[in-house]
Design a protein around this ligand. Structure first.
Ligand code: PLP
Length: 412
């Protein structure tokens, strides 16, 4: 069988219908009619007032932070349990990430801890943090009602990192439309792809204009190039937007598919003791289930778990792009339990890609100097969790095969 990947991108079959005419009219520049048309589709789908298409989700976070006025030396509150792209742009600005741990139900930002962190930071630094970034982990919504209530109380803007949560809803409203800004990603492995790209959802035409200005080198209106601010080259290319236009045609189908795959895993795993598939915690939450995630009871025994971490991993686990720096030790002081690693290896041997949950940012050596408000939730989930394939190429037969592989790896 062909290798089953976590979330392999799938073209709709209509990409060329958009790309060919654009190329015929020489629209290979970052600004073109397809970017505008793609933004209109995103507006219609999300209900956002304004949408700016950008070169990546990371760029969207970077520009949202700039628009929130984040300056060097200032602080930004960010969910610790996330991918590094939520946090890195804070440091691009010379600001400091302040990590906030998660609640057990949604796995996302704990609102009580958030309020505690705000109090403490004001007490310690004399200043309010400049923004709050909750993250829709694996598509699961954050409790945005509670986060907005606290953000409102202290008048701190919320930047929603919905890069993994495109199409997820909280109280029937699309993620990304609650905060001052909402971040989407169209990277190769996300819910839909433009081969690489992102978008920022904005509240007002003025806000969108400001983002667009920064995204196109911050140029003032003179006949020559005149700059009053440092800008970026962050607009989406017109050709990428063509792919996005075609992908929007299959978005509803993909969303339904991811949710179906999650339900099927849940059903097939119902009689497996010691492994639980992560669920929407209550009726307000409606995850897109970008990836299906599961947690393993530490008592569960998996074949060869005594050999877990005995070899140094070479190459990337879980679809990472680019260069992975080779390390000299197979272990760190914060890693998934041996049974989780053994399950990953067992699935890998069955030609199934899986990977651990995101390692919390407050446990990353690169951020060890940053303040963190923790309750143990993200670190314990990291030790017991695993991501399973859920993309548009994953069929019912695949899910049956994966569940069988999981069952076969368990020592009874
Ligand atoms: C993918 C991702 C991003 C960044 O998006 P890119 O388009 O890859 O730059 C940001 N935050 C989270 C949580 C992500 O998963």
């Amino acid at each position: 069988m062909e290798r089953i990947l976590l979330c392999k991108p799938r073209m709709s079959g209509h990409e060329l219908d958009f790309i060919a005419p654009a190329l015929a009219e020489d629209w290979a520049v970052p600004l073109g009619p397809d970017v505008t048309a793609f933004e209109k589709q995103l507006k219609d789908f999300t209900g956002a007032k304004e949408v700016v298409a950008l070169s990546s989700g990371t760029a969207a976070i970077h520009l949202a932070l700039i628009a929130c006025g984040v300056m060097p030396g200032e602080e930004v509150l960010v969910q610790s349990f996330t991918f590094c792209a939520s946090t890195n742009p804070i440091t691009y600005l010379g600001a400091t990430p302040v990590f906030v741990d998660s609640e057990a139900q949604s796995w996302n930002m704990d609102s009580e801890l958030l309020e505690h962190a705000i109090h403490e930071r004001i007490k310690i630094t004399g200043h309010k943090p400049k923004a709050i970034i909750p993250v829709a982990l694996y598509g699961m919504p954050y409790n945005i009602d509670r986060i907005l209530a606290i953000a409102g109380k202290y008048d701190i803007p919320v930047i929603e990192d919905a890069a993994e949560g495109f199409g997820s809803r909280f109280n029937d409203k699309v993620l990304g439309t609650f905060g001052r800004y909402g971040v989407l990603s169209f990277n190769g492995n996300k819910m839909i792809t433009t081969s690489g790209g992102g978008a920022l959802l904005c509240r007002t035409p003025e806000a969108a204009k400001e983002i667009m200005w920064y995204a196109t080198q911050a140029r003032d209106s003179y006949p020559y190039y005149h700059h009053t601010a440092v800008g970026y080259n962050y607009r989406l290319s017109n050709i990428s937007a063509c792919i996005g236009r075609a992908q929007m045609g299959v978005l509803d189908r993909y969303l339904a598919h991811h949710r179906h795959v999650q339900e099927l895993y849940t059903q097939l795993m119902a009689d497996v003791h010691g492994i639980e598939i992560h669920q929407n915690p209550s009726a307000e939450y409606d995850s897109n289930f970008w990836l299906v995630t599961a947690t393993l009871d530490p008592e569960l025994r998996i074949v060869n778990q005594e050999k877990a971490y005995s070899n140094i991993v070479t190459g990337a686990v879980g679809g990472a792009a680019g260069v992975i720096r080779q390390v000299s030790s197979a272990v760190t002081d914060c890693q998934p339990n041996n049974n989780v690693e053994a399950l990953r290896v067992a699935l890998n041997n069955a030609n199934i890609e899986s990977r651990p949950l995101w390692k919390p940012m407050h446990r990353q050596p690169v951020f060890s100097h940053c303040p963190a408000y923790v309750n143990g939730v993200s670190e314990s989930l990291f030790r017991v969790g695993i991501c399973l394939p859920a993309g548009p190429y994953v069929t019912d037969e695949h899910v049956h095969y994966i569940v069988n592989a999981i069952k076969n790896s368990i020592i009874k």
